[in-house]
Design a protein around this ligand. Structure first.
Ligand SMILES: Nc1ncnc2c1ncn2[C@@H]1O[C@H](COP(=O)(O)OP(=O)(O)OP(=O)(O)O)[C@@H](O)[C@H]1O
Length: 414
């Protein structure tokens, strides 16, 4: 577990199944499932992310550290603690109703301007808090903005967030979801907190139009297009107010130096006019009613959450498609290696390995992580190199296609 202080990950050595009872599964991410659960001690209903620990601790560790450090912010999902039940880690959080992308998919249409301005204000408040703590979210999109039954909005999914060290104010790693990525990020240039502001602008379009702009373009192609094409706009700008169009244009300034900070955008007229969370109540109630009546195989997979397999939708007909049903996988990509997270040296909790009988008295999660680490050591290097090779090959293939299309354009224009 190089560079990770295990003592800061685990809340206590108790078996989490004695503390919480898992109820329905409410979601699934690339690292594991999310369940609704109830605290056996207090009766509080919570969400628990159950992640199988397979040696890849970096994102899990990052998410937990971020959640702990951001506890003081109302717009960030509240973290209750983490427990280990071999081979899983249980991350216990505040329960939300769904994500904003889940809402848009369920409703079958985008949000109205009032609702969008409220969601944007809350998102900006959450990001302002992150940024003032020198953190970048790096994966802002409607799928990572959750809401509660009372309409309040919570930022989630800090697995790819970055901490800016005092001396390092910029990052270079290309991380995020291509459709929401800022030009400086896809170009592999240095970037800072305003990279999140670009993603806020794309998310605003997504909430209005139900999809991020250029969602029919292959993500690899999009990576080439984002820096060269003009900034995206709403599909029908004339259907929306000048203030909303201007807010999006400000977020989507291709020049990061000219792009405003979250604090500046909180003063924008579109955001200043944002109503209270009550503006979401009707939409939340509508969503709950739709979920309750949806046939099992249509939206709801029986987990109470909307599935990602709505195969009937098409882009060409203008039919609403959820982000997850886009022609290409809109998931988060982590193509590079994160470069400077500063997790330093391994620290074993003082009570974990006393001098006598050290193995027996180590907590189960430590023994498990050590076993996984030894198991994976040999194969890790080869996996990393194979991944690199894949990345290089797909980049070459994409460049060759680009070259062909440019050559075709040249010959057509001659
Ligand atoms: N605290 C929560 N309350 C309610 N639902 C949640 C909560 N946390 C996550 N979810 C839902 O569970 C699902 C999986 O979340 P998770 O964060 O594991 O993955 P993801 O963000 O969808 O994907 P990835 O891990 O690939 O980025 C999402 O649909 C999310 O909306």
């Amino acid at each position: 577990m190089p560079g990770i202080d295990a003592s800061t990950l685990i809340t206590s050595n108790e078996d989490p199944s004695t503390l919480f009872q898992l109820l329905d599964q409410i979601g699934e991410g690339s690292y594991g499932a999310v369940y609704k659960a109830i605290s056996k001690q207090t009766g509080t209903v919570v969400a628990i992310k159950v992640i199988a620990i397979d040696g890849d601790w970096d994102e899990v560790n990052k998410e937990i550290q971020m959640l702990k450090e951001l506890e003081a912010c109302d717009q960030v999902i509240r973290y209750h603690g983490s427990w280990f039940l071999e081979p899983d880690l249980w991350i216990v959080m505040e329960l939300c109703q769904d994500s904003m992308s889940g809402m848009v998919e369920a409703l079958g249409h985008g949000l109205d301007e009032q609702q969008i301005s409220f969601v944007m204000r809350e998102t900006l408040l959450g990001l302002q808090f992150l940024h003032s703590n020198r953190k970048i979210h790096r994966d802002i999109k409607s799928g990572n903005i959750l809401f509660k039954d009372d309409g309040s909005v919570k930022l989630a999914d800090f697995g790819v967030s970055a901490q800016l060290a005092n001396t390092i104010s910029k990052r270079k790693t290309m991380i995020g979801s291509p459709f929401w990525m800022a030009p400086e990020v896809v170009q592999g240039l240095e970037y800072g907190t305003v990279a999140d502001v670009w993603s806020v602008g794309i998310t605003a379009i997504e909430l209005a139009d139900t999809l991020p702009p250029r969602s029919d373009v292959h993500p690899m192609r999009l990576i080439f297009q984002i820096p060269v094409l003009p900034s995206p706009t709403l599909a029908q700008p004339e259907d929306w107010s000048d203030e909303f169009n201007d807010f999006i244009a400000k977020c989507l300034d291709k020049d990061p130096q000219a792009r405003p900070s979250c604090a500046m955008l909180l003063q924008h007229p579109f955001i200043k006019a944002a109503p209270s969370k009550d503006v979401m109540v009707d939409a939340v109630e509508e969503l709950i009613a739709i979920k309750a009546t949806a046939p099992d195989n249509e939206f709801d997979d029986g987990t109470g959450f909307f599935t990602t397999t709505d195969a009937g939708s098409t882009m060409a007909s203008g039919t609403m498609m959820a982000a997850a049903t886009m022609p290409f996988d809109a998931g988060t990509v982590v193509p590079g290696f994160d470069d400077a997270d500063g997790f330093g040296t391994v620290m074993i909790p003082s009570g974990a390995a006393p001098a006598n009988n050290a193995e027996d008295s180590k907590p189960a999660f430590l023994r498990h992580m050590e076993r996984e680490e030894t198991k994976d050591k040999g194969k890790a290097d080869v996996d990393v190199l194979m991944q690199k090779l894949d990345d290089i090959r797909s980049n070459i293939a994409m460049l060759q296609k680009e070259e062909q299309s440019v050559l075709r354009e040249i010959s057509a224009n001659q």
